[in-house]
Ligand binder design. Sequence first.
Ligand SMILES: Cc1ncc(COP(=O)(O)O)c(C=O)c1O
Length: 409
Amino acid sequence: MSDPITSRADAEAADAADVLAFARSRFVLPSGVCYLDGNSLGALPAAVSAAVVDTVTREWGTDLIGSWNTNGWWTMPTTVGDRIGALVGAAPGQVICGDSTSIQLFQSLVALARMRPERRVLVTDGANFPTDQYLADSVGRLLGLDVVRVSPGEVTGVLGPEVALVSFSAVDYRTGELWDAPAITSAVHDAGALMLWDLAHVAGAVPFALDDVGADAAVGCSYKYLNGGPGAPAWIYLARRHQEALDLPLTGWLGAAAPFDLASSYRPAGGAERARIGTPPVLSLRALDAALSAFDDVDLADVRAKSLALTSLVLERAAALGLESVTPRDPARRGSQVSLRLPHAYEVTQALIARGVVGDFRAPDLLRWGFAPLYVRYVDAWDAMATLESVLETEAWRDPSYANRAPVT
Ligand SMILES: Cc1ncc(COP(=O)(O)O)c(C=O)c1O
């Protein structure tokens, strides 16, 4: 570990020595903004605009429908899926990109539950992201399963012969806690159950080894640390060893073995391709494909090291100011974010945004900052803390305009 950063000059020196400094120029960032919301919507990669314009004007405008065959449109869910797979430790042929995380959760929850028909319990985390919990409950109702909620750290207490599958997020979206995925997956397997990981707050920020961990399925979104843009298509990982046995519930025609046979009954495609559903969102996939080039020649070990250094800097400064963090101080238990529990956290978040420090608020009382190591600098982390200190000290957050609640917080 390098020396702690205790001054702005230290932060500048850390930026000068940063092995990932080259990656920042791969993004379009407004000047005067510390963008600490890449865990919600990643910044715009510079390559995206031209790629989308080309797809619209040349491929769509000129090549028209032939583009499905000649411009790679048809295979994008697998080509983009494999690129994402490389960032989460999945060998090619196991990741399909498309649809939303919520849809991919439904697909994988039902498919895994159907692999353990004799077991009647689905385990999730009571602190899991709402869509993960809502879909677990719905799948429970649909298949007649009891849904049990437990913190990932305590899963061994509920594992037993009745448990069909366990669905957890590897990083808690509120606290930023990183769970021990290898240990949890192996405990779940020892109990004869199957493991589904949601890697929304992992992909692109924290190295993960889906194949080595032995995950049965995984999902994730692409608009956070993968920078695919608002509403970017999500992804699903189906471990190769299960693919031929998986009975996915959303049997759209593009998951069929031969879509243009136009058969009246469904026969699934071989491999992960059965996770395709309907016509892929080509423009969004093109944006995401271009966005992923921001990771070219980037070593995820460097991403992790910088992420921990940035979050350590903020946690140390927060502790010095007497602020309460809900994010673990232990680096092994931390994703790429810091969440501070503050009275009037909503108003403080808004006051910070007005001063160019963009983070978000998570009810009821968390200021949440995500650190995307490809474009966040050490000086950004330093300046964000200095701005927070000043907003709290001057009570600038009391300006009534900061209390206005927009639909997205
Ligand atoms: C862990 C997790 N899962 C899922 C989602 C969102 O799902 P969707 O992309 O379907 O809106 C989020 C959004 O922040 C998330 O944090």
